[in-house]
Ligand binder design. Structure first.
Ligand code: PMP
Length: 304
């Protein structure tokens, strides 16, 4: 990943990809206190556009606020940096990774001289959970790892350290032959995937867990809006794993995962065991929106 051509925005300037380095005493590397985003840009008829750039940038700043990390740049500067990371690398479509981290100014939990640094990289990333799975759906497993408790780490922050839990759950699911994990909250209710929000469909109504211990996903927000615009009722509520077993359809949403159908949980096939009709409708509209084919939602696009 680090040995390639290209440019990465680091602390205000574009630097060659191979030279975008930090010291081994980088504080965030030791303790995980950092905040980041995952953003996508798509090739539209009118040029490459970043989807919901403002919302992702707002969430980055909210994450930093929760973690009490001072932000060294304004939202405008970081939005420009994200556009530049796509443009200056000549990417038509991209996954964009902004991150804010503490440097090597100090060490130890008591360090009081830390400075926040910022980077933005962008590269090409196709379907995160596999192209054919976008139609076929994925097989998932209830994780033995519990999702974060709201008072242990901060679930509203997209914080680096939170992803240890995601990686433990995902690695376990992959090693057991599944495509993704489904994490339950501390009370045993469905929370989310390792990097996706969760939805099920039952009798024509869409259900999704509330945000107590799940990230406030921007794709989730998009799905809620699109479903409402399509006249499909959506309810946020606590969901048990056995409600998923007997659901008609289920899917994950996320910037990387986009809208990925789920065909099986814990070896119980969901509905017809393939992408369901409501999932298909939402997935298709989602792609129309991000590729700029749906006039009504053009405000969500920022051309680079
Ligand atoms: N939950 C977690 C834990 C995630 O990492 C992500 C990906 N950012 C999501 C949900 C989906 O969020 P979004 O739609 O904003 O990408």
């Amino acid at each position: 990943m680090s040995d390639r051509d290209g440019l990465i925005w680091l602390d205000g300037e574009m630097v060659p990809w191979r030279e975008a380095k930090v010291h081994v005493l980088t504080h965030t590397l030791h303790y995980g206190m950092g905040v980041f985003e995952g953003v996508r840009a798509y090739k539209t008829d009118q040029g490459t556009a970043i989807f919901r750039l403002q919302d992702h940038t707002d969430r980055l700043f909210n994450s930093a606020k929760i973690m009490r990390m001072p932000m060294p740049y304004s939202k405008d500067v970081l939005m420009e940096a994200q556009k530049a990371a796509v443009r200056d690398n000549d990417l038509d479509s991209a996954y964009i990774r902004p991150m804010c981290f503490y440097g090597s100014e100090g060490m130890g939990l008591r360090a009081d001289n830390l400075e926040t640094h910022a980077m933005v990289a962008a590269w090409t990333w196709s379907a995160y959970l596999g192209a054919e799975n976008m139609e076929k759906g994925i097989r998932i497993k209830t994780s033995t790892f519990t999702r974060h408790h709201v008072n242990i780490t901060m679930c509203k922050a997209k914080a680096n350290g939170n992803y240890m839990n995601s990686m433990l759950a995902l690695r376990e699911a992959l090693d057991d032959g599944y495509d993704e994990a489904l994490l339950l909250d501390v009370d045993g209710y469905v929370a989310e995937g390792s990097a996706e929000n969760f939805f099920l469909v039952k009798d024509g109504i869409i259900y999704t867990p509330d945000l107590t211990s799940a990230l406030d996903g921007i794709t989730r927000k998009t799905i809620l809006r699109l479903a409402t615009d399509l006249g499909i009722e959506v309810r946020e509520k606590r969901i048990t794993r056995d409600e998923v077993y007997i659901a008609d359809e289920a899917f994950f949403s996320g910037t990387a995962a986009e809208v990925t159908p789920i065909r099986e949980l814990d070896r119980r096939s969901i509905g017809a065991g393939t992408r369901g009709p409501i999932t298909e409708k939402l997935q298709s509209l989602y792609f129309d929106v991000v590729y700029g084919r749906a006039e009504k939602y053009r405000d969500w696009l920022t051309y680079v």
